[in-house]
Design a protein around this ligand. Structure first.
Ligand code: GLC
Length: 424
């Protein structure tokens, strides 16, 4: 898989014609010390303030000011791109979604990083490090990973005598069974992220991959107009059309789905690991603490395939105080900080060792299914024009989900669009 991504990246690369292969060119000097800013999407984990405070207390002359951006990945990207296009120094360190590396690197909006200054990279899950590279060069450091999980109401499944589902048919059968019990009356069956934004690209890709299809094949070419991809899309379309998935889920991003699940309105929810800690809170904010568990995503004939998510910290090309920025990234990606973050938030670490830590596994039973989810996860296309690619996917999927476009037509049109965008 890694090889195919490399192929894609070079087929769709920017204009840098990098024949020299040097790592220490003029663009890589990380100089200057002093206060910096950290631009990041809305902190849904609730622990970022603690992490940044730990840095600030140790670095009184190099304090980090958090610039909190919107919750939606697309809106975060938009603000970061606008800043970069204006060559503004307002953002020093950027919390980059794993899918933006190629675009930010090819446009030289983020600084190339000298890999030898980040010796811990070898200890991170290799797939996460791959997301931070473009044309074999490093542009960011992975701080959190992400893999999709199936959250389910363990209390209700147990009472109905049903196991956690491995397939979509089993999932629907479980819903029917639980909804027939008094406790399951009126309960929504399943929701994911179906609003028209990056989360829909994630959920669409997972449905396609979990039915044996691909969005982009191992040869780097789009191949989405297939019976397998159609079966995947159909799972989502049918669920919404029949009312098995609550109508409101078409407006769900991560947080809306989390709230519905925590309010006890859903039997199953596809979401990221950060939800585990929040849904388990016993301070009254979650009605289902102690009543849920997680399993790998289900698929059409067997277990499903997650889309690889996560975030990497990079340095804006236009930033001041880049030496401080590099040290802040080292600090935030360190094993110690990541462990502290797992203990508070259930966000997925990028350090492989943390998944094998016996004490942590005992305390956080989601770590084993999460590691499996991340290790078998598929990446989204690693292309410079990712912004256009994801909009094309979102439009196709949303058209089908809202009943505007027949699913087969949506896939045929998407194939045509992606072929233009990805071979350029
Ligand atoms: C999470 C993932 C990210 C993904 C986004 C979609 O933040 O880590 O990779 O793009 O969700 O909403």
């Amino acid at each position: 898989m890694v090889g195919s991504l490399g192929l894609l990246a070079s087929a769709c690369g920017g204009d840098d014609g990098d024949s020299g292969g040097s790592t220490g060119g003029s663009g890589t000097a990380l100089e200057g010390r002093g206060p910096i800013t950290f631009a990041t999407g809305k902190d849904t984990s609730g622990n970022l303030t603690n992490q940044v405070a730990a840095w600030n207390s140790q670095h009184p002359d190099e304090k980090v000011e958090v610039k909190e951006l919107p919750e939606s990945a697309d809106q975060q990207r938009q603000q970061m791109v606008q800043n970069a296009q204006a060559k503004s120094d307002a953002f020093s360190v950027l919390n980059l979604d794993v899918v933006w590396t190629a675009e930010f690197a090819a446009n030289r909006w983020v600084q190339e990083l000298p890999a030898d200054q980040f010796p811990d990279l070898g200890k991170l899950i290799p797939a996460t490090v791959d997301t931070a590279k473009y044309r074999d060069k490093l542009y960011a450091v992975p701080v959190t990973s992400d893999g999709g999980l199936l959250y389910y109401r363990s209390d209700l499944l147990k009472a109905a005598g049903v196991e956690a589902p491995k397939t979509w048919d089993e999932l629907k059968a479980a819903c029917t069974k639980v909804q027939a019990t008094p406790a399951g009356k009126g309960l929504g069956c399943y929701a994911g992220q179906f609003e028209k934004y990056e989360g829909l690209t994630v959920n669409f890709s997972e449905a396609v991959n979990s039915a044996g299809g691909v969005v982009v094949g191992d040869d780097g070419k789009p191949n989405v107009d297939t019976p397998e991809a159609l079966a995947g899309l159909q799972f989502l379309v049918d669920g919404l059309k029949s009312g098995e998935f609550p109508k409101a889920s078409i407006t769900y991003k991560e947080e809306e789905g989390r709230r519905a699940f925590q309010e006890g309105k859903l039997l199953f929810l596809r979401n990221w690991p950060y939800v585990y800690a929040l849904a388990g809170k016993t301070d009254g904010s979650s009605k289902i603490a102690g009543k849920f568990a997680v399993a790998p995503l289900p698929g059409k004939a067997e277990g499903g395939v997650s889309t690889l998510g996560g975030h990497n910290y990079g340095i804006s090309t236009f930033a001041k105080n880049k030496a401080t920025a590099a040290d802040f990234i080292k600090f935030m990606s360190s094993e110690e900080r990541q462990k502290a973050n797992v203990e508070k938030t259930s966000q997925a670490p990028t350090w492989a060792s943390l998944y094998d830590d016996a004490a942590l596994n005992k305390q956080f039973p989601y770590l084993a299914p999460l590691k499996a989810s991340i290790e078998s996860a598929k990446s989204r296309p690693k292309v410079v024009k990712y912004g256009d690619v994801t909009v094309a996917i979102q439009e196709a999927a949303y058209g089908a989900l809202t009943g505007t476009t027949p699913p087969k037509d949506a896939l045929t049109a998407l194939q045509t669009k992606l072929s233009t965008l990805i071979t350029q």
